[in-house]
Ligand binder design. Sequence first.
Ligand code: 7O9
Length: 483
Amino acid sequence: MTRQHGTLPSGLIFFNILNSKEDGNKRKRNCFNLRVFFRRNAFVVLTLTAVIVGVSLGFWLRTFDMGAQEILYVSFPGEVLMRVLQQMVLPLVLSSLIAGMSSLEKKVYSKIGLRALVYYVVTTVTAAFTGIALAAIIQPGKLSKKSEMSTTQNSDAQTVDSFLDLLRNMFPSNLVEACFQKYKTEYVSNENKVVLNMTEGRMINETIAVPGSSDGLNVLGLLVFCTAFGLVLGGMGSKGQPLRDFFTCLNLAIMKLINIVIWYSPVGILFLLAGQILKIDNLAHISRGVAMYTVSVIVGLFIHSFVTLPLIYFIIIRKNPFRFMIGLIQALTTAFGTSSSSATLPVTFYCMEDNHKMDKQVTRFMLPVGATMNMDGAALYEAVAALFIAQVNNIDFSIGQIIILSFIVTAASTGAAGIPQAGMVSMLIVLTSVGLPAEGISLLMLVDWLLDRLRTATNVLGDCIGVGVVQHLSRHELQTPAE
Ligand code: 7O9
């Protein structure tokens, strides 16, 4: 039987409690359900309380004028949460992708893959256009003075190199290294070669590109390898069974571990937020332009999360999208607390598989891929940011340029995880590609701590709704539920 989804279990349970005409058996089940109901909701209430207490604690502690060292101590319990969550990511991604890809029929995974791809492209492009429309309507950049900007350097060559880095990272030369390092082109000045700059008539040192690396999981490389490996394993029939069992078992064990460590997340989120509030510089320094830009992004993320995505969910599944979203509260608050969709991935898995009983065959493939490549919030943010910088510099965009911008923003957000130090670089790529000055990024950095949190929550929501939609569309093919 296909699994039902889209209905929060606690919602069903609540309905059952109200129904008094039931036989003994059902009543017994209700007693059990009541306990589950309180357990689940206690967790959600705890997580939401953590956000409120964390922010309040932060503002209260601000009155004490703390130094950097003290702020570090306040955030420490949050740091532990980040470490624990990030620790789960590697085994989770490996096992879920290999177990997921190897358990599916060839025909099924190609259909799921295609549907996921269409969903990702459609939602990301919609997000980009939402951002473009808002920036055009609100025009935040018209309020800002150009003098507020400082310069950052970037050249076309660096944009090309970032793209090549993305491809290099897709094919890591060493899998063990891919677990902790990405390839990154670095630039050193070539001492032997000093060239004469003809236009300005002065001598400059030429920089050359050399291979380098940056710390962090090379998730794109692992994604490509695990998908290929899983597919091959799936095609091996009974010979591949031991390894399939191994990865399925690893995945189940990791999920059990996540079910335990997740209880620490309210504490971690509380202190992460308190620490963040302490770190904020004086808000009075933010100019009106930047404030309007922040508002544009927030309104855009709000529209995408509460109108566009729920509408897509409703049109396809015909169920209440907000009820679905209630089951995702833990994942969304964790995304807000950690501002990282990869660190949130364990919690996302928990919400989708435990709260919503989604088909593991879909989650195992779509959640890691979604966390890496589907970033609606980032696309929206980058679109608003690019237009904001264009407005600050009095550059008008034609319709053609706007369409190009939407494509570039979609591509940049999709590839972000493959580029080292992505946040900034991805934004720089967008700016240089549409011919905007790369200055002014420092202006955007002022409010990035808030916008990053919000867009991460949107990114995670987009991934989850995608799983719901793709599972619904693939329900006839997914007849045999995975363990
Ligand atoms: C936001 F799949 C995983 F979990 F293994 C995974 C691991 C690493 C997935 C993604 C990554 C990763 O490196 N992601 C990444 C994301 C790297 C650089 C930048 C970004 C973009 O981040 C978002 C944003 O800034 O808009 C946001 N903070 O969703 O995490």
